[in-house]
Ligand binder design. Sequence first.
Ligand code: NDP
Length: 413
Amino acid sequence: MKKNAYEVALEVLSNVAEYMNLEDHVYEIFKEPMSQLTVKFPVKMDDGTIRIFTGFRFQHNAALGPTRGGTRFHLDETPEDVKALSLWMTLKNALNEIPNGGAKGGVVVDSLTLSQGELERVCRGYIRKIGPTIGAWKDFPGADIGTSAQTQSWMLDEWETMNMHHEAGGISGKVMALGGSKGRAEATSRGLLFATRELVHAKGLEMPDLTAVIQGFGKVGWHLAKLYEEDGVKVLSVSDVSIAIFKSTGLDIFDVHAYVERTGSLRGYPNAQEITNEEMLEIECDILAPCAVQNVLTKENADQIKAKFLIEGANGPTTPEAEEIFIRKGIFIAPDIWANSGGTQVAHFERVQNLNNDSWSEEEVNSKLEKIIHKVFGEIYALHTKSNISMRQACWVKAIGTVVEAMKARGWV
Ligand code: NDP
């Protein structure tokens, strides 16, 4: 049976804990979020019926500061996934020098099946339940799968109404008019582009003329496809939840995007071949960028993967067994907690701007992002090569070390 994201996260954690000689009680702290809130809330649907939704907000570890992490609206959302995602957020913040702990939340819902009115009421209902535990100095939810600048704006409005004061830093990923940051919409993908360049350059290659396959054509996948194309990379294949499309000479990404905007899906796109999500992962290409969900690269398909570089846009797309096979095959991996940290980094920039009543230019945001991605790459690549550990282990060792230092200073351990 396929492992869930939490089982995968614990496997990596236990492996790194052993390498670092972590004391048992320290390991225990990392294993579970320190606070786990599960809520139920009623929402009136357009047809007059009442539906009860389940939501989560898990705060994993606040040693480095107030917690942060996205809000996922997905039908398959489970407490196990939220636990894993909140642990990854603690590590992502620590690794990328963001002075925050990790958290994650979500609602079990397929937002595409809701009307705009219903979606707004779900956002407001969710915030009314988790409201007391969030805020700019406690925990600030951002966006993730199924949420957007609009959902974040409704959430902020509900939360500010509940608290009877304005506090833009309480929710990140908002529209610009409510204190969103320039560059946020593309931030995760721009970070992935910078991460790809680091790996490609480390192997003495250049971006133009490389080929890429991107799983997922949502917020992260679409912007990454566009940025790759602008960098001269030929995007051969993209996918949504139901199908993938492939063109050996490279897709016209803008045309594909216009088609999806018009029809709502990739199905029926006329200028490429339709293939399955499984087939797309096995295409011969230079860069494979999973930008959809967790656990898509497993021991079942790892041997068939032909890419040279694996750029983890999604959180947790690779199981430890698949990673072992990739390392044996010489596939160079940009691990999720570093590679896809651009969104988190710019959400952090958004909060800094909010707290200072400031607004930075897009160039300033992008250049700060590029600097930190480059700096962290230097550190993890050095650790990876000097200590002969994987890129992922290098990320986790550095991140866990930082959190342990903060916990020690606080007297927790
Ligand atoms: P979106 O909801 O915007 O897009 C998700 C994409 O994945 C869509 O194309 C969707 O297809 C597809 N998809 C959904 N479920 C599956 C599945 N079971 N198998 C294959 N494809 C699927 O999400 P984002 O782009 O925001 O996020 C994508 C990934 O990136 C997630 O893992 C997220 O955690 C991670 N991430 C996102 C960040 C962000 O800033 N948004 C930051 C860091 C990481 P369809 O449209 O048909 O539903």
